[in-house]
Ligand binder design. Structure first.
Ligand code: HEC
Length: 181
C-alpha cells in the first residue's frame, strides 16, 4: 500500500511542478543570430543562387587540385584505386561520358552523371577539404575542364557557372509526383 501512496505523491508533485518546469525549460543553447544563420546557409541552387563573389579558371585550379585533391582522387581526376580502408582512396572525378548507356555498369563521374555544374561548387565547399571561394571557383573549373566541358582559360564565376551545360543534364527523368493511386 505504501508503494501505491508513494507513487501517488510522486505523480501529484510532478503535476504541481510541471508549470514551473515549463517556465524554466528548455534553457538549451541560445537563439542563433542572423549572422550565424547566414554563415550556415551555404546552399547553392542549380540556377546558381547562393554562389558567392569570386572567379577562377581551370588553369589556376590545377596546382591547387594537385596539392589538395590528387592524393585521394588521383592525378587529373582519374581516381585512386587503393583498397579501402585506405584513407586516400576515392573515386574518379572525370571520364565515363557515354557510359550510362548500354548494359555495362556505368562510370558515374561529375562529367558523365551530374546534371548541374553549380552542384560541384556546393559539394566541394561542403564536403571536401576547405578552400576559400576564389579557390573553389578554380577547383570547380579545373574539374569541369578535366571532363572536357570547359576550356582551361574560361573564367568561372557566379554568372558563368550556372550557364555551363552538363552533358547528362537532359537525361534525368522525373519520377515524382507519381500518378494518383
Ligand atoms: C582524404 C581524401 C580526399 C581528399 C583529399 C579529397 N577528396 Fe573528394 N572525395 C573523397 C571521397 C572518399 C569521396 C566520396 C564520398 C562519398 O561518396 O560519400 C569524395 C567525393 C568527391 C566528389 C563527388 C564525386 C561524385 O561523383 O560523387 C567531388 C566532386 C570531390 N570529392 C572533389 C574533391 C576536391 C575538389 C578535392 C580537393 C579540394 C577533394 N575532393 C579532396 C575523398 C577525398
Amino acid at each position: 500500500m505504501w508503494i501505491y501512496k508513494l507513487s501517488w505523491i510522486a505523480a501529484a508533485s510532478y503535476l504541481l511542478s510541471a508549470p514551473c518546469l515549463a517556465a524554466q525549460a528548455p534553457n538549451l543553447g541560445q537563439v542563433a543570430t542572423p549572422e550565424e544563420i547566414l554563415s550556415w546557409d551555404i546552399s547553392i541552387s542549380p540556377d546558381g543562387s547562393g554562389l558567392p563573389p569570386g572567379s577562377g579558371t581551370a588553369k589556376q585550379g590545377e596546382a591547387l587540385y594537385g596539392a589538395q585533391c590528387a592524393s585521394c582522387h588521383g592525378d587529373k581526376g582519374t581516381g585512386n584505386p587503393q583498397e579501402p580502408p585506405s584513407p586516400v582512396s576515392a573515386g574518379p572525378l572525370a571520364g565515363g561520358q557515354g557510359s550510362l548507356a548500354g548494359n555495362q555498369p556505368p562510370m558515374q563521374t561529375v562529367g558523365s552523371y551530374w546534371p548541374y555544374a553549380t552542384t560541384l561548387f556546393d559539394y566541394i565547399r561542403r564536403a571536401m577539404p576547405w578552400a576559400a571561394p576564389k579557390f573553389l571557383y578554380s577547383l570547380t573549373a579545373y574539374i569541369l575542364h578535366l571532363n572536357g566541358i570547359i576550356g582551361d582559360t574560361e573564367i568561372i564565376d557566379a554568372q558563368a557557372l550556372p550557364k555551363v551545360q552538363m552533358p547528362n543534364r537532359d537525361n534525368f527523368i522525373r519520377i515524382y509526383p507519381r500518378e494518383p493511386g
